[in-house]
Design a protein around this ligand. Structure first.
Ligand SMILES: [Zn+2]
Length: 332
């Protein structure tokens, strides 16, 4: 069979023959690693937004290292491209945002009636992968890493939907833990997979163009594999462990935060963020953050600005987060 040129690179890094059921997912498969030792199932989804290629590059490094090495490995690692058509076009999305359509009613409708957009087809196939992998492991043995980058420069951060095993991984990674995002943004993949019993993390490594985003993603993948008990930390490449030793857990320098406000842009608002806000920058109550057709938009609370919108797409103007204790009462 002829192999398309763009598939050849992926095949070159394939670690082991994937199980037969995954053959139908060849067009999105980055790789598969399983030495036959029982253990957790970890699924990495890279490029859920097609222009965020750092996660795919980092995943290939990890798979390549695993393939060359002889380290004992427990469980299975499956890695796929999230949005294949958007990835091939290097666009965030084709028809709709693949990280906003995972509401329960939407997923049920797509599974019952079939997909009606490019992204719905991606959802359908990803859900098939989740169901098949999930059926092969126990409920406390499923891990999902959803790898992203941001349009603006940012300290790395991780969002999750409150799963305890996800939080264990977050605490080992030098990234800021952001809680309750999934309460404000409908249809995120990690919320849906969390409800399916997967310890699920959405990892934002930095900006699309930041050179070290790939390094940060790679380190986080190894951290997740180690925390999940799939590989011993001392079998992880020395350069990764050395880089990790330079990074303190974020909770020691930046405590976890939780979302307390979300500014939603309505059609015709003519919303403009005031220039110069960096992600996680402290803000005061009464500070002007943005303008729209009704005039200045001031903060009603003190906290930190989160995901200020500096591109002309999306309905999320900005969020405000507040610091919470590592072991604070907001652990649910
Ligand atoms: Zn993204």
């Amino acid at each position: 069979m002829l192999v398309r040129t763009e598939d050849a690179g992926r095949d070159a890094y394939r670690t082991l023959d994937p199980p037969v059921w995954l053959h139908s997912m060849r067009h999105r498969l980055l790789g598969y690693h399983d030495t036959g030792e029982p253990g957790p199932a970890m699924l990495i989804i890279a490029c859920l937004h097609g222009n965020e290629i750092s996660g795919g590059d980092a995943t290939m490094r990890v798979l390549h290292t695993l393939r060359r090495g002889t380290s004992p490995f427990r469980g299975s690692l499956t890695a796929v491209i999230g949005n294949v058509p958007a990835y091939e076009a290097r666009l965030r999305l084709i028809d709709e945002d693949l990280n906003r359509i995972w509401t329960r009613e939407n997923v049920d409708a797509i599974l019952a009636n079939g997909p009606r957009s490019v992204e719905q087809k991606q959802l359908f196939e990803l859900r098939t992968i989740l169901d098949t992998l999930g059926a092969s492991t126990g409920p406390d043995q499923r891990y999902l890493l959803d790898l992203h980058t941001t349009s603006a420069a940012s300290a790395p951060f991780i969002a999750h939907a409150g799963n305890g095993r996800a939080r264990d991984i977050v605490r080992n990674i030098g990234a800021i833990e952001v809680r309750k995002v999934t309460d404000y943004l409908d249809g995120m993949l990690v919320k849906h997979t969390s409800e399916l019993g997967w310890a699920s993390l959405a990892f934002e490594a930095g900006s699309h163009l930041q050179a070290d985003s790939v390094d940060i993603h790679e380190t986080s993948i190894w951290q997740a594999l180690s925390t999940a008990g799939m590989i011993e930390w001392d079998r992880i490449p020395l350069r990764v462990r050395a880089r990790n030793a330079e990074t303190q857990p974020a909770s020691e320098t930046n405590p976890p935060v939780e979302v307390i406000h979300h500014h939603v842009i309505e059609t015709g608002d003519n919303f403009h963020m005031r220039p110069g806000f960096a992600n996680f920058q402290p803000i005061n109550a009464g500070e002007v953050l943005a303008e729209d057709r009704n005039g200045p938009i001031t903060s009603t609370v003190s906290g930190r600005i989160f995901l200020p919108l500096y591109q002309n797409e999306g309905r999320d103007g900005f969020f405000i987060v507040r610091d919470v204790g590592v072991n604070g009462q907001d652990e649910a």
